[in-house]
Write a new protein. Structure first.
Length: 310
């Protein structure tokens, strides 16, 4: 009995004793302090000042672009005005110019290429001609090649890379000992490689490679006007052969004339009448299949037949 009373008393003392709360030692952050979380997920807001700087930069870039376009327009306008006031007549790739010269006379033309690329300037006739080509007042003909006789007989042929829209001045005159001569001046442009298999356009040449594995090149031409056309092949040092097929399938080249060699060196020059809207097939290949090299073919017009000029 005594033991139970002592235990009860001990329990009463335990539950009636005062209690003390235990709190962690936490320091309150100072006013205005900031603790950024660790890691790469911090997002910083762009301030109004930064936004204003970007806006001004964009306006500056836009103004610079407007100034660049305005300068291009000014240059183009100046070129058009200069072209309209050009003192020399223009020549075009679509048709050759026919003229006569006496003694020390000369004939001068301006040429404005429509495309950047290689162009060929060539004279035709039975007199010894000389050719100069100028750009910005400077001759672009190689030294000693003004009378290089690289065309048919004593005629000239110049192969030059020209920039679209620029002005080039072409001057033709007679060799000093020649008294009189009639001649044609023709210029043609070279189509870029990506247009090799497009149909021929008047005044634009196709340049292609021929070798034993590719014995011929075939292209087509559809004239817009009925009339006489000059079909010509050209190569640096190869002998080309040409066939021209009528839309009905037969060859328009006379027997034995496929390799007539009436062009430059051993090249071909055919004169044929084409009808508007009909498609003609032109095929060029090498005389000797063991040879290889680049060749060109093009179609052009003139008021005089280049083969029989007198």
């Amino acid at each position: 009995m005594k033991t139970k009373l002592m235990a009860a008393a001990a329990l009463m003392i335990l539950f009636n004793a005062p209690t003390y709360a235990i709190t962690p030692d936490v320091t309150d952050p100072a006013s205005g302090a900031f603790s950024a979380p660790s890691g790469d997920d911090v997002v910083l807001d762009i301030t109004e000042e930064r936004k204003e700087e970007e806006r001004r930069a964009q306006e500056a870039r836009a103004e610079a672009e407007r100034a660049r376009l305005a300068e291009i327009a000014r240059i183009e306008r100046k070129k058009r005005e200069a072209r309209a006031n050009d003192i020399y007549p223009e020549i075009y790739v679509t048709e050759a110019e026919l003229f006569s010269l006496y003694d020390d006379e000369h004939k001068t033309y301006s040429f404005y290429p429509k495309t950047s690329g290689w162009h060929l300037f060539q004279t035709y006739g039975f007199t010894d001609t000389v050719m100069e080509i100028y750009h910005n007042g400077e001759s672009i003909v190689n030294a000693g090649k003004s009378d290089g006789d690289d065309g048919i007989d004593a005629n000239e042929l110049q192969h030059k890379y020209l920039e679209a829209g620029e002005r080039y001045v072409v001057q033709v005159y007679l060799e000093y000992w020649t008294v009189h001569g009639s001649m044609l001046l023709n210029v043609r442009a070279e189509d870029p490689l990506e247009k090799l298999y497009d149909p021929l356009k008047l005044g634009y040449a196709k340049k292609f490679w021929l070798d034993p594995n590719r014995s011929h090149f075939t292209t087509k031409f559809t004239p817009g006007v009925t009339g006489w056309y000059n079909i010509e092949s050209f190569s640096d040092d190869e002998d080309t052969v040409m066939e021209i097929y009528h839309p009905n399938g037969y060859s328009m080249v006379a027997a034995g004339e496929s390799d007539g060699d009436r062009g430059v060196g051993d090249e071909e020059l055919q004169v044929k009448k084409f009808e508007a809207g009909k498609t003609y097939t032109i095929q060029v290949y090498l005389q000797d299949s063991d040879d290889e090299g680049f060749a060109w073919v093009h179609v052009w017009r003139s008021r005089r037949e280049p083969i029989n000029m007198s």
